[in-house]
Design a protein around this ligand. Structure first.
Ligand code: CA
Length: 373
């Protein structure tokens, strides 16, 4: 404790003084000296994290909390973060601008919400018939994806990080049987983003509705179908009481990445060790959310089937084939919108073309060999 006070008094000379002291006092714990030195030269920062989720929303909102807690813990309290749910400080869809402008230092959301800012952003959350969670993380961390994401957010003064993943979602809840491509005609379905565009080209009518309105819209017949996330989140919303069929797979969101963005000026103001802590905490949160979804989805699926007698169905191959064709068109068109989107699409597509061959003889072959029993 005495040492800490001494270091504080040294002010800007702390690093030189710290190393001199370290050399002279070998019985001291070096980790404590480092913390003492860092505390001395760096007053704790107080950051706000705004999110696109309702406060504490299972999986997504709790994932944001998890990240904030890890950063605070790993930094020994040198970074303090207060997490705000959607609308508490800014509305959900103003998170990007709020962090860009410095109203908050951190934001938690998903990149496809920001296509109005940059078309290329959509490649960093979910692409219909795109990458799975594992493949997406491989592209981001080891395939050039993260560098492109940083380049995409750089003009907005933001540093992006992957900070969670839902894994493969479900195709959704339907009150209409889907036996052929024709059954998509006139289908009124809540499905946002690129998936919605694909449904529209297949003859359906995509509807955009916030999560809180989905149950009543489905129950009243205002919509024929809705997608949301997967069994864990869908069970909580009670969709099984309002729809007959639960279709899979989530072709439109095969491994949706959630993001944390940091205001670049705030990030650049951190010393190197705290920058590393923020980046590393995001990696931990990214993995933790995926494993939570896998664990909870499988419990919730059992509840839906065993207790609520939900009829789980696979979309017919003919329907998936048609949706895949249309998805390729839609995704290729984004690439034509601007030079950055073109480069991001090229990188994403090249990685996808390559990884499918490995995934085919590794994950898919193993799952087929293991069987469904
Ligand atoms: Ca979804």
């Amino acid at each position: 404790m005495k040492r800490r006070h001494f270091l504080r008094r040294l002010g800007s000379g702390v690093l030189v003084a710290g190393s001199t002291i370290a050399a002279g006092c070998k019985q001291e714990n070096p980790a404590e000296q480092n913390t003492a030195a860092a505390t001395a030269k760096f007053e704790p920062v107080k950051w706000k994290m705004v999110t696109t989720w309702p406060k504490n929303f299972p999986g997504l909102g709790t994932g944001a909390n998890f990240l904030a807690e890890r950063i605070m813990q790993m930094s020994g309290g040198r970074i303090q973060i207060k997490v705000y749910g959607a609308k508490e400080l800014v509305p959900a869809f103003e998170v990007f601008s709020a962090v860009s402008q410095g109203t908050a230092e951190l934001g938690h959301g998903s990149a496809y919400y920001w296509k109005g800012k940059s078309e290329a952003a959509q490649f960093f959350s979910a692409v219909p018939f795109g990458l799975t969670a594992d493949e997406m993380n491989a592209w981001l961390y080891h395939g050039g994806g993260m560098e492109l994401w940083q380049e995409t957010y750089q003009p907005f003064g933001l540093v992006p990080m992957a900070a969670g993943n839902t894994g493969v979602q479900m195709a959704g809840w339907f009150n209409r049987e889907i036996n052929s491509v024709e059954d998509l005609q006139g289908l009124k379905m809540r499905i946002p983003g690129l998936g919605g565009e694909v449904l529209s080209r297949a003859g359906g009518t995509p509807v955009s509705l916030p999560g809180g309105e989905l149950f009543t819209s489905l129950q009243s017949g205002a919509i024929d179908a809705t997608e949301w996330v997967g069994p864990y989140n869908d069970l909580a919303f009670g969709f099984y009481k309002a729809a007959k069929y639960y279709y899979y797979p989530g072709w439109h969101e095969p491994g949706t990445t959630l993001e944390c963005m940091v205001n670049k000026a705030a990030f650049d103001g951190l010393p190197d060790d705290l920058q590393a802590i923020v980046l590393s905490a995001a990696r931990v949160a990214n993995q933790d959310m995926l494993t939570e979804y896998i664990a909870r989805n499988n419990q919730a699926l059992r509840t839906l089937v065993d207790e609520h007698h939900v009829e789980v169905r696979k979309l017919p191959d003919s329907v998936l084939d048609r949706l895949r064709e249309l998805s390729d068109q839609v995704v290729t068109e984004i690439a034509a919108k601007d030079a950055l989107s073109q480069r991001v699409h090229a990188s994403f597509q090249a990685f996808r073309d390559q990884v499918v061959q490995w995934s085919d003889i590794s994950a898919r072959a193993y799952l087929n060999a293991r069987g469904a029993a």
